[in-house]
Write a protein that binds this ligand. Structure first.
Ligand SMILES: [Zn+2]
Length: 317
């Protein structure tokens, strides 16, 4: 009951708009104190959290679909003891996310690339270095019949180390690129753990950011990612490159359209493309770099565009 009163008090004081994260933290602390005693007893404060979040961030929470199991799972996930690895939660607030679509730092563009590394990635890294551009790579462990990224006999390990040392950010795009929403809990976690193991081998750390394959991460997947301490990342600039490989001008026109009516003062872009396609690596991205740079945007990593300190982008345990 204390939790309900506290949450309603905060809501009525209209602190919610500016203290949304603090509200969730209150909810999390309440859960942390009570969840192991009697799950039913925390349902009222959980509902309060869901209602308030739903009012102020309706795009993130569908009350019908998420109450109560989803929010419960997320908040419980913060204090989860089920991980097979000891996880240090650097900043409780940063993990109470249902998904991130936008950059919070205006005037930035965080280009993100999914599904690699692949046969074009190495030259693509050289191109980015020549431009002084940093980006974010959501890497997949073993897809496209390329073999495992931590296989010492394959080129991928060196490419991932090169990404890291060049200042790019690396996120997880799972081990085998499944639809995470369709997997059971064990398989879903193993998709994340296997990539983490490889990343520790390759660069001594593993990411705190992930992009779900097919942009599919429903309530079950969201709960898992929150329990494992991952940010779930989507995008606000979809180049749709993989649908336009034969006519990449369509993707360029999409980007141009999304830039229209915007300026570096009004928006930060979080784009998605796939450097596993040659036309993306050698045509679309160079065009984007020129176009967005000319328009005054600054190329940054995902963490930078979110204002998240570098120390939070990875963990070692
Ligand atoms: Zn993908």
């Amino acid at each position: 009951m204390v939790g309900v009163v506290l949450l309603q008090l905060i809501a009525e004081l209209d602190y919610v708009q500016t203290h949304y994260a603090a509200l969730l933290m209150v909810g999390a602390v309440i859960l942390q104190l009570t969840v192991e005693l009697d799950v039913k007893r925390v349902s009222a404060p959980v509902l309060s959290v869901v209602v308030v979040v739903q009012q102020h961030r309706p795009q993130l929470v569908d009350l019908q679909q998420t109450y109560p199991g989803h929010i419960m799972a997320i908040l419980c996930g913060v204090v989860s003891k089920h991980s097979t690895q000891l996880r240090t939660i650097h900043n409780l607030l940063t993990y109470l996310d249902l998904g991130i679509y936008d950059c919070s730092v205006k005037g930035t563009i965080a280009m993100t690339f999914d599904d690699g590394p692949y046969i074009y990635t190495n030259a693509f890294l050289d191109y980015l270095a020549g431009q002084g551009v940093v980006a974010t790579f959501f890497v997949t462990g073993n897809n496209l019949d390329k073999g495992a990224i931590d296989d010492p006999n394959l080129p991928w390990a060196a490419i991932i180390r090169k990404m890291d040392s060049a200042g790019h950010q690396i996120g997880s795009h799972t081990w085998t690129h499944p639809d995470l929403s369709t997997l059971g809990e064990t398989d879903r976690r193993n998709e994340m753990y296997r990539l983490e193991t490889a990343m520790v081998t390759l660069i001594g750390k593993f990411p705190t950011y992930m992009r779900p394959p097919y942009s599919s991460c429903e309530a079950n997947c969201q709960a898992t990612m929150n329990a494992l301490g991952y940010h779930i990342i989507y995008y606000n600039m979809d180049t749709d490159d993989y649908d336009n490989l034969d006519n990449i001008q369509v993707s360029k026109d999409r980007v141009t359209g999304m830039m229209q009516g915007q300026s570096p003062a009004s928006i930060g872009f979080l784009s998605i493309a796939h450097e596993i396609h040659q036309v993306t690596a050698t045509d679309l991205v160079p065009w984007m770099v020129n176009t967005l740079r000319t328009a005054g945007y600054r190329f940054v990593t995902l963490g930078e565009c979110l204002g998240d300190p570098r120390a939070n982008w990875y963990r070692t345990g």
